[in-house]
Design a protein around this ligand. Structure first.
Ligand SMILES: [Zn+2]
Length: 407
């Protein structure tokens, strides 16, 4: 069995487990996965399809991976690149056209919302540098401000005939508002973009824009109807075989449907966000599936995304509508506790008995009230370190780790 198929099989059977970094980097050299369809496993995957008019790329990688992707495609075929399709405008997917365009002009096709995403990225480059440095823990990361905008856009569906090969582009909202899934009938291959990534869906990300939970679930339902025999995801290895593909799509949809429906039901009951979070039960057996472990996003964040979508940012607690400044509240808590030291002691005691959420809140108050207090600083460092170590999701781990490092 090839290296890629071996990894795919081991992940599926559980012989190899995903962790908070593995889903972002299969790191398998380009390999042909169906006649005329090649798959490059990188930080984000790239798929290349040969046609009688040249190569179609589905995603193109990041600025960092672009030269490697180009080199590997060129080792596979010397046919010129004809078209690149972005599954969405994230920078790990839509930044690798340059080496191909240096050879000859390339047509770039994407959903119509990709251009607005690039505009937003240019306007919020500083913010995106900060949050992605924190999330991915890449020091020195600089968010790009130059993008290769698409030449051809579409709204709902586009059938693209390139030479002898048809590619069906279907738009769905999910992780983003600009997603395209690509169905290649010739190979019965489904390119999902990030609507499947070998992890609980990136549908709650605390630092980023709105995700679309029920639309994502419906997109997965629709994909099941295609009868794919090969699933080529945005991250992680392919899934080989119709049964496995169907199961992966079905389970992922089930996770999103139940979270969405439970949040909406609780909101309709008039619950506050705090009560909604307590009311939603995420099926543990789904999170145990090898392709749904919460190693990147956390289902608790998905609950908040549904709330934000339908309910706005206010959490239903009237004290938090126009709240006191953090430091004013922290100073009052310190006064009630009788000083910084007793509060720090309570934080450490909470951590010791495993109540890390409470420990972090108490330590945070102590630190906010007295930013230079050595005891508060040390407690904050320790409780966030302990908390980061206990989290499965990259997103929670990264934010808690940054806090433990004083950021
Ligand atoms: Zn991605």
């Amino acid at each position: 069995m090839s290296r890629l198929r071996t990894i795919a099989d081991e992940l599926w059977t559980g012989a190899r487990r995903t962790d908070h970094l593995s889903i972002l980097s299969t790191m398998v050299p380009l390999e042909e996965v169906a006649p005329g369809v090649a798959f490059h496993g990188g930080f984000a995957n790239v798929i290349a399809v040969t046609t009688s008019d040249g190569v179609v790329l589905i995603d193109t990688g990041s600025p960092m991976t672009a030269p490697v992707v180009h080199q590997q495609v060129r080792a596979w075929t010397d046919a010129p690149a004809h078209t690149a399709i972005y599954t969405h405008g994230h920078v790990d997917h839509a930044m690798g056209t340059a080496p191909f365009e240096a050879e000859r002009p390339l047509r770039v096709v994407a959903h119509e919302a990709v251009a607005a995403r690039f505009d937003r990225y240019r306007a919020t480059a500083g913010w995106n540098t900060a949050i992605n440095t924190r999330q991915f823990r890449i020091p020195g990361l600089k968010w790009p401000t130059e993008y290769r905008y698409p030449d051809v856009t579409y709204r709902d569906r586009l059938d693209l005939d390139v030479g002898d090969t048809r590619l069906e582009l279907h738009h769905h909202r999910g992780e983003t508002d600009d997603h395209t899934i690509v169905w290649i009938p010739r190979a019965r291959a489904l390119c999902t973009g990030d609507l499947f990534i070998w992890a609980a869906p990136n549908c709650g990300n605390p630092q980023k824009v709105q995700r679309y939970v029920v639309e994502w679930a419906r997109a997965l339902d629709a994909m099941r109807g295609l009868g794919a025999e090969l699933l080529l995801p945005g991250h992680g290895p392919p899934i080989f075989g119709a049964d496995r593909v169907d199961q992966a799509l079905r389970d992922t949809a089930a996770l999103l449907h139940t979270i969405h429906d439970q949040v909406v039901a609780a909101m309709n009951d008039g619950k506050s966000l705090d009560e909604v979070i307590a009311a939603v039960a995420v099926p543990a057996e789904l999170l145990e599936r090898p392709y749904l472990r919460p190693v990147y996003d956390d289902p608790a964040f998905i609950v908040r995304n549904v709330w934000r979508r339908y309910g706005g940012w206010w959490d239903g607690n009237p004290a938090r509508l126009l709240p006191p400044r953090d430091r004013a509240l922290a100073a009052e808590v310190v006064a009630l506790a009788g000083g910084i030291a007793p509060l720090v002691a309570r934080a450490r005691a909470a951590a010791e008995r495993g109540d890390l959420a409470l420990a972090c809140q108490l330590a945070e108050w102590a630190h906010q009230a007295a930013p230079d207090d050595a005891g508060a600083l040390a407690a904050r460092k320790d409780v966030y370190r302990q908390r980061a170590d206990g989290e499965t999701s990259l997103m929670a781990r990264s934010i808690f780790t940054a806090a433990s490092e004083g950021r």
